[in-house]
Write a protein that binds this ligand. Structure first.
Ligand SMILES: *Cc1c(COP(=O)(O)O)cnc(C)c1O
Length: 471
């Protein structure tokens, strides 16, 4: 493709994307294709000769689009959101066009310095302690792995990188923790038996007394407590672990505290929600995903640490071919994480924060919180439904409950979820809370408005009525 053609198709694709953003609501939220359906229509071998862009694009529209689940649909109420925005998409296009590989300062000074600046902006927006320094990781899973590895190094006096793990280390997290913690623990060489799963209270938050009891018991057994992972906004129910109590326990026992606020952290940009992070001054590391709830398209995960020296000591490498005369004066982000090569992710976050302004982002988050309260109110006013967890941010957990035995209730709610999603107009997902099947109404899509939340409620109420009448 020559550059003249690039110009032509570039304009056409931007036009297409603008139409897509306008019309995404007309698609079924979840792709209806069957497993293997898309692959069966893709040639088994690559084309030997060049194909025209027109043909590639027709295939994108006819073959690929039907297999896309529309995360940017205003009826997206599933999992957590991964909301994007026009400025973010434009910045991502620039990032691709510049094609810079930003492993060290010299390979693009602007990428390194913009990352430093936007992380300082974000620290201020979230009200994180001034001593914290941020960098961008691809995902919260990676950020948490970095935290575990750094905690491992710190606990072993920076020896495990050299000689491997010699003694069993322990990692503490609640039974509601995200699966990425166990994955990280396995990858970091602790072994998944290292995890102590701490009990949660009736609101699904970690019980700090249980945490301290376990740490003391482990110490008595000669085990080495290494890291506590607290969650601000668990994935099932956005439960908030009591950070201040957990933080004090970590201080008392000299254990690394990692705070996983992948989704809910964004809410802390609101002064009225900053309390979510009370106790953050005890944290050694913190992660929040702008790629979930801050209009920055996947991937962009903000990782903050109290002691960047410990992070760098864990990851730094000094091959001759990457040495430059400036290494003492600049940040070389290759030493702040796992991979060497790095994408220029700061650009999209910069575009987003500037084009919405902090006020614009606050307005969006506030609206989502309001819509969640609204939905929760409708739910509580309807005796057929039961609220299943506190609404700490913008997730409402609920179930249909007509008093039948628990096991049958689980099955009833699974059927309700299926019939709601089969409409194609909304998409919700489920979880289990202490063995009970629960539907999750997650509000966080950029274009979701009261009208869409109302539609979701009407569909849920109607399908519930049909189910109860049929049984
Ligand atoms: C989404 C989520 C993660 C994982 O995020 P990725 O960026 O996809 O790795 C981790 N923890 C919590 C609490 C989450 O909500």
């Amino acid at each position: 493709m020559d550059h003249q053609q690039f110009r032509k198709y570039g304009h056409e694709l931007i036009d297409w994307l603008a139409d897509y953003m306008d019309e995404v609501e007309t698609f079924p939220v979840v792709s209806p294709v069957k497993p293997g359906e898309i692959k069966s229509r893709i040639p088994a071998s690559p084309p030997a000769s060049a194909e025209p862009m027109e043909r590639i694009f027709v295939d994108f529209r006819d073959l690929i689009l039907p297999g896309i689940t529309h995360w940017q649909h205003p009826g997206w109420f599933a999992y957590f959101p991964a909301n994007n925005s026009p400025p973010s998409v434009l910045a991502e296009l620039l990032t691709a066009g510049l094609g810079a590989q930003c492993m060290i300062w010299q390979t693009s000074p602007a990428a390194a310095e913009l990352e430093e600046s936007v992380m300082e902006w974000l620290r201020e927006m979230l009200g994180l302690p001034e001593e914290m320094t941020g960098c961008i990781q691809d995902t919260a899973s990676t950020a948490t792995l970095c935290a575990l590895l750094t905690a491992r190094e710190k606990t072993t006096g920076y020896q495990s990188n050299r000689i491997g793990l010699q003694h069993p280390l322990k990692v503490y997290t609640s039974e509601e923790t995200h699966s990425s913690i166990e994955k990280g623990v396995k990858i970091a060489g602790f072994g998944s038996n290292a995890i102590a799963s701490i009990a949660t209270d009736e609101h699904f938050a970690m019980v700090p007394q249980e945490l301290e009891k376990q740490i003391i018991e482990d110490k008595k057994k000669g085990l080495h407590p290494c890291c506590v992972v607290a969650t601000i906004g668990t994935t099932s129910s956005t439960a908030i672990d009591p950070l201040e109590d957990i933080g004090r326990i970590c201080r008392r026992h000299h254990v690394w505290l990692h705070v996983d606020a992948a989704f809910a952290g964004t809410a802390a940009i609101l002064p009225e929600m900053r309390h979510l992070l009370n106790g953050i001054e005890y944290a050694d590391s913190f992660v929040c995903n702008p790629h979930k709830w801050m209009l920055t398209n996947f991937d962009c995960s903000a990782y903050f640490v109290r002691d960047p020296g410990a992070l760098i000591q864990t990851f730094e490498i000094h091959p001759e071919y990457l040495k430059t005369g400036r290494d003492a004066e600049v940040k070389n982000y290759r030493d702040w994480g796992i991979q060497l090569g790095r994408r220029f992710r700061a650009l999209k976050l910069w575009f987003v924060i500037r084009s919405y302004g902090v006020e614009g982002l606050k307005t969006m988050v506030r609206e989502h919180l309001r819509l969640a309260q609204l939905f929760s109110g409708w739910l509580q006013a309807d005796a057929r439904f039961e609220a299943m967890a506190p609404v700490s941010v913008s997730l409402v957990c609920f179930r249909l409950n007509d008093g039948r035995p628990e096991l049958q209730l689980n099955e009833l709610n699974a059927r309700l979820l299926q019939s709601v999603n089969e409409t194609g107009k909304v998409f919700l997902t489920h979880t289990a809370l202490k063995g009970k099947t629960v539907l999750r109404m997650m509000i966080g899509q950029r274009t979701t408005s009261e009208k869409h939340v109302r539609l979701a409620w009407d569909i849920i109420a109607e399908k519930a009525q049909e189910l109860l009448a049929g049984d």
